[in-house]
Design a protein around this ligand. Sequence first.
Ligand code: ARG
Length: 467
Amino acid sequence: MTTKKLWGGRFKGTTNEFVESFTASVHFDSRLAEVDARCSQAHAKTLLTADILSQTEYEEIVDGLDKIIEDIQSGDFLWDQSLEDVHMNIEARLIEMIGEPGQKLHTARSRNDQVSSAFKLFLLESGDELRDALLTLQEGLLDKADAHTHTIMPGFTHLQNAQPITFGHHLMAWFEMFDRDLARLADWHGRTNSSPMGSAALAGTSYPIDRRVFQTAMGFHSITRNSLDTVSDRDYAIEFVAVLSTLMMHLSRCCEEVILWMSPAFGFISLPDELCTGSSIMPQKKNPDVAELIRGKSGRVIGHLNGLLMLMKGQPLAYNRDNQEDKEAVFDALDTTLQCVNAMALLVSGISPNPSRMLELASQGHPTATDMADWLVRHGIAFRSAHEICGKAVSLANQRNVELHELELAELKDLCDSFEDSVFDCLTLEGSVAARNHPGGTAPEVVAEAINAARARLVAQSHSEEA
Ligand code: ARG
């Protein structure tokens, strides 16, 4: 049986059954129920302040909504698809419970400013949850990096051995990506934190309400500046998913490395059994499926970003029902990303490097050729010539099937008279890493400083959140 529509006055016919289910959103937007009910309490306060509600009516509404919130929390609230969405379900239930005062609640508002308010608040809270998960991941990275400031591994460009780095330095590179994600999240948070209520359907409201009452009650930092823009705008959803997409892209790159590193061809790391899965046919297999799934799910989140942009690009101002399509994409992007951040934290804590294998591969392919060129520069040769000379040294070493440091001094002197015995000191992996001891470099003591500084920033950040 179809419940009477709250908007039914001008209609003679009843809604087609298919249309009713096609237009309904309550099966997904009921996720906004609690925040929507709290918004309605704050809106009632606006109406009280504007003398649209009496004190008694106001209290009946607030108490009724408290009861509704309890029912939502306990799962006792009965959702009715014929009431379309979360907003109409809650309003209809309130009217059923308290009668006349409930009928006044929708004064000076529309579902258009209502949905945006609830959605923004939901996302702001979810953003905080995501930030906390990211901070936990970052702490895990710091702990792991701290244990490996001296562990040498090959650094790659083009996936070819480039120069030696430390494993701690590599993990701190991951840390930096997530630091930028946190900064983007904070930036988005600031821009999203303005209150839509009072914009009503599109043009504002003819009632003498004070928009600051709702803003303050719900903890928004400001009120939006243009009613038409306010009900049309879904930038906050798009930007949120853009932040998530960038974060997922980072997670995906980290996971790609985990997968490579765990492959026996690299053999850089192992993961504990409890974080891996097996093959249904090949008894020997131990696969990094968690990392692969994170990599796979990044495509899903990035797809949602594209979907949201497509959703909005053709819409004239102001509100159009298309907007209702935003929620499933955002919810799924949020849930997926949160899950993946937590999964990544597990992976990071489980990573157990194999330093001897890392060192073995780091030694191959003349990774200290740049150090040899730098040595020549320090002995008066211009870098471009030094590069040429060392390129020849590499070619000679390849011919003889030895590493650079295994060439004879005489052979080097044939290439450039400036070479002396001391060049061999800078051709070791340890020497190469230690030489890069400027801020941002891979030298163990610099990485240790970077870890300490990052830890101090994390502590300061969590204190400022508590304040
Ligand atoms: N459920 C809608 C949404 O999610 C809000 C309702 C606005 N509907 C309307 N006919 N103006 O966007």
